[in-house]
Ligand binder design. Structure first.
Ligand code: HEC
Ligand code: HEC
Length: 348
């Protein structure tokens, strides 16, 4: 009969079904997973996905979840997003991030935006694939300090990862750490930013920049400042290494660590300037808190250093010109990219 037990049973069964149907929605038909994230923005070349790790929507989704997943690290305290936070365009807001083993890294975190277009990584340009770099991070004492067997165990006994690995890599695929690295690399390659106000302007929308930003843009691309000689092309970097006299004393030997050539002493890779407004602090060691300070240093021609690039000379910019340059840099912030809903559900 209709005793309280039966009613409760029906009630809880209904709740259970409701939860199941919601879960189903999340895992199968969430509209953010239907978007094709492999498309490059207008004016950009296609994203170079390597032959042995082609894009697929299920791989991007798995990579995205793993990018924000703390169980990959030894004590489940760190994910990639601790240091590469979407809120700061996949960089972070401290000069020297504290590692899992509680010591500060000597280098400022680089933004991951558009990193898929580059063949070398880090401030010194080490030649390594994204897959290799990420697999290395799993066990490195600087990053996740974990054991690959342990990672395999944790992912295997997880409620949804085994299914997601099968969806991404085919039936019967197990959650091996090297596949995890491939999925994360796929997600990272889709972090492509090319829809800022500046992009809208060069694609024909003349109202996308203010007058002050247009003046800043002319200055940026001028012979007078020569900013665009190094911050060149659609990535805003020549992918080369320069010393720009950003500090009185270079503790970091930069490119020299890779080549062993004294001519490369304390040369750093030209960083991209896309979204630079929100990636403070700046330069390789994060000593500049604001863009105003970076511009001021260019304006005075940098600190003296034996290896300083000959293009770095005093600029004699007026205050208004400095402001215009700053406003132009802000036009490189890509809110369309940064506000993508797929970054929002992980609590970073
Ligand atoms: C403790 C902070 C920290 C964590 C955690 C971390 N990174 Fe980084 N990452 C950095 C720093 C600092 C750099 C710059 C290193 C250098 O230049 O030597 C960097 C550089 C990179 C680069 C090269 C960027 C470029 O422009 O060349 C990639 C790619 C990258 N990280 C991806 C990841 C991924 C994926 C994860 C997760 C598996 C991760 N990182 C975890 C701090 C971190
Ligand atoms: C000779 C090449 C060169 C020229 C010219 C140049 N830059 Fe740079 N820029 C670099 C390098 C290299 C760095 C990194 C320096 C470091 O870490 O010490 C950098 C760093 C920056 C940063 C900090 C970015 C970050 O994410 O940390 C900004 C902003 C910047 N430059 C803007 C400009 C502007 C504006 C101009 C013109 C006034 C300019 N640059 C001219 C090579 C150059």
């Amino acid at each position: 009969m209709y005793n309280i037990k039966n009613i409760l049973f029906i009630f809880f069964s209904l709740c259970f079904l409701l939860v199941l149907s919601c879960e189903d929605k999340n895992s199968n038909t969430n509209p953010i997973d239907e978007i094709d994230y492999s498309k490059a923005p207008k004016g950009f070349p296609p994203i170079p996905f390597p032959k042995d790790n082609q894009y697929s929507p299920t791989k991007e989704k798995l990579g995205r979840y793993l990018f924000f997943e703390k169980i990959l690290s030894r004590d489940s305290t760190y994910s990639c997003a601790n240091c590469h936070n979407p809120r700061y365009a996949f960089a972070n807001n401290v000069p020297n991030p504290i590692t899992i083993n509680k010591f500060p890294l000597p280098r400022n975190v680089l933004s991951l935006v558009n990193v898929g277009y580059r063949k070398s990584l880090n401030w010194d340009g080490v030649e390594i694939t994204l897959e290799e770099a990420i697999y290395h991070d799993f066990t490195s004492p600087l990053f996740f300090d974990n054991d690959t067997n342990e990672i395999f165990q944790r992912l295997s006994s997880h409620p949804f990862y085994p299914k997601m690995f099968e969806a991404a890599f085919g039936k019967g695929s197990k959650p091996y750490p090297y596949l995890a690295a491939k999925a994360i690399a796929t997600f990272v390659r889709t972090l492509v930013s090319g829809t800022s106000s500046y992009d809208k302007f060069i694609n024909g929308d003349s109202s996308a920049l203010t007058e002050k930003q247009k003046l800043g843009m002319r200055l940026f691309f001028s012979e007078r400042t020569r900013c665009s000689e190094c911050h060149s092309g659609f990535l805003f970097t020549d992918l080369k290494y320069h010393n720009t006299g950003t500090t009185n004393h270079y503790f970091d030997f930069g490119r020299y660590y890779i080549t062993g050539d004294y001519k490369d002493r304390s040369k750093l890779k030209t960083p991209s300037l896309r979204n630079v407004e929100i990636t403070a602090p700046y330069i390789h060691d994060g000593t500049y808190q604001t863009l105003e300070k970076v511009i001021e240093n260019y304006n005075r021609g940098g600190f003296p250093f034996f290896n300083k690039d000959t293009t770095i000379k005093p600029l004699n910019l007026t205050n208004y010109e400095k402001e215009a340059l700053l406003e132009f840099l802000k036009s490189l912030t890509d809110w369309d990219f940064l506000n993508q809903p797929r970054f929002k559900t992980f609590g970073y």
